[in-house]
Design a protein around this ligand. Structure first.
Ligand SMILES: [Zn+2]
Length: 507
């Protein structure tokens, strides 16, 4: 059994000014064939799982290129085509003498590139043309993606993470590998259906009512013929013609059952729209709450800057919460505050030139996009320099690039040069800070941080600061995205009302 694995993964915020090129893939993850590390990354867990299956059932694994860039703006045409053509050539080489039984693609699913609204669909389609109809094609996806007709038509199996934070990325990798292998062996006959929920929302599974929904999906999958249930949450910062929430169901052998399941779970999601995102407060309220809570000895208090989240493709260099802290009367009174991170590669370079221990005038932050505050000018102490800082996310390692820890006004800020959202407290540890010893931690992440930071803090404040991210679909200037979805349309599900035409004789 010959299986080929490869993947191009990133998440495109089409409103972000941070263009993505080959260097961004190389800064985050670019693994040539057989060069992928032993540990999985968020979108490449299927490759690591496949390696474990080599030898079983006579499986031969052919590894292609796998890569991941931290979310940003549009991917350049040249970058996407270079990576795609590299993988297509690897597929052609692999089928030169013998066909492939399976192809597994490690995708994210929300990539958009110059001239390509659906690059993943393009990749799957072109691979399908090469390998033919008999080869089983499966892909793992992030739920913050776009379910397009092309990828649905040309892949046999699509599996998305169920959890948000995506703590189940390894299980999803295992699941897609298992389903593809069982399909090749003829043990199962997957029938995949989808249901368009005609809506877009944010669904953290760490909170109700989404927790129950995910638990219900997991429970349903224990039934022998329900092979997979995946909710595509959708990605509201991607102005894609297919943006929106969609439910995928895969049944063993029965398309009607798959369609019924997709509809059943899709309708459940429609019912909980608008209720799943934890309540947010403004930056001044968040800072006031945090200082009040430190007075009550509850620490560390975590303030999550939920929309200036590089994981959503923005720069992650906003200074709005930092400025609010600097304006507060309790600043510089011995309360320990650490901020991780603010992206500013130029400021990091200046810190490296000055060296550890130097006291330097520095301007940093808020340089990349409007509505993210103003750059901060301060005399800062360069405390720690780390040429290759990183954090963990489960078993994966997330690079933060060359990073500098600076100190001023009684607080500490980590400046990084490879954009990365806050996944785990290890981001502080890697820069010499014990996060548990701090009174207030400020991080940039919508919800991926939650599982791990919850373990060191019971006080998490979700803060809505500035407008770096298009988080209100009804007010976002979409050009390509569908308009007939909630909340842009308050009721896209209603059947068109029958308007009785009055004939002349009735007038
Ligand atoms: Zn995601």
């Amino acid at each position: 059994m010959r299986i080929f694995v490869a993947g191009i993964a990133t998440e495109t915020n089409s409103f972000s000014p941070i263009f993505v090129g080959l260097d961004d893939f190389k800064a985050s993850l670019y693994a040539a064939p057989y060069q992928h590390p032993k540990t999985p990354t968020l979108c490449t867990a299927a490759l690591v799982q496949l390696r474990k299956r080599v030898g079983e059932d006579g499986i031969t694994l052919i590894e292609g290129t796998t890569c991941w860039a931290d979310p940003g703006g549009l991917v350049s045409k040249q970058c996407y085509e270079t990576l795609r053509d590299e993988i297509l050539k690897q597929v052609k080489d692999a089928i030169k003498h013998e066909p492939l039984d399976g192809v597994i693609l490690c995708l994210h699913g929300a990539m958009m590139a110059q001239g390509y609204d659906d690059p993943e669909g393009d990749l799957i389609h072109k691979i399908r043309i090469l390998v033919g109809d008999e080869t089983v094609i499966g892909a793992s996806l992030d739920p913050h993606s776009h379910l397009t007709p092309k990828r649905f038509e040309f892949a046999n199996l699509l599996c998305a993470f169920k959890e948000f934070p995506h703590t189940d990325f390894e299980q999803t990798g295992e699941q897609i590998v298992d389903l593809v292998i069982r399909t090749i062996k003829g043990e199962i006959n997957p029938k995949m259906a989808q249901y368009d929920c005609k809506m877009i929302d944010v669904f953290p599974s760490s909170h109700q009512p989404m927790r129950q929904f995910v638990d219900e999906m997991i429970k349903a999958e224990q039934q022998v013929d329900i092979l997979n249930l995946s909710l595509i949450h959708g990605f509201m910062a991607g102005d894609s013609p297919w943006m929106g929430t969609k439910m995928i169901a895969v049944h063993n052998g029965n398309m009607d059952q798959a369609q019924n399941l997709a509809k059943e779970f899709g309708e459940k999601i429609i019912e909980i729209r608008g209720q799943s995102m934890p309540e947010t407060v403004t930056e001044n309220v968040a800072v006031e709450m945090a200082f009040d809570l430190t007075a009550n000895n509850k620490r560390p208090i975590v303030i999550a800057d939920v929309w200036d989240n590089p994981g959503g493709g923005v720069a992650g260099d906003g200074t709005i919460i930092l400025q609010s802290l600097l304006n507060h009367k309790a600043i510089n009174t011995g309360i320990k505050i650490s901020i991780g991170t603010i992206w500013d590669p130029i400021a990091v370079k200046l810190c490296f030139k000055a060296g550890e221990g130097a006291l330097i005038p520095l301007r940093f932050g808020a340089k990349s996009a409007p509505f993210t505050g103003q750059p901060i000018d301060r005399l800062v102490r360069v405390k720690v320099l780390n040429a290759a800082a990183s954090q963990t996310f489960g078993k994966s390692h997330v690079p933060m690039g060359a990073s500098a820890l600076i100190e001023f006004d009684g607080l500490q800020v980590i400046l990084n040069s490879t954009r990365a959202q806050a996944f785990e407290p290890s981001l502080f540890e890697d820069m010499g800070i014990n996060p548990s010893s701090q009174d207030i931690l400020v991080i940039k992440s919508t919800n991926h941080f939650y599982a791990s930071f919850r373990q060191i803090s019971d006080q998490i404040i979700y803060c809505d600061a500035g407008k770096p991210y298009p988080n209100e679909p009804q007010n976002t200037a979409y050009i390509k995205a569908p308009k007939n979805i909630w909340p842009i349309n308050k009721n896209p599900w209603s059947k068109p009302k029958f308007v009785k035409q009055l004939g002349v004789e009735n007038v």
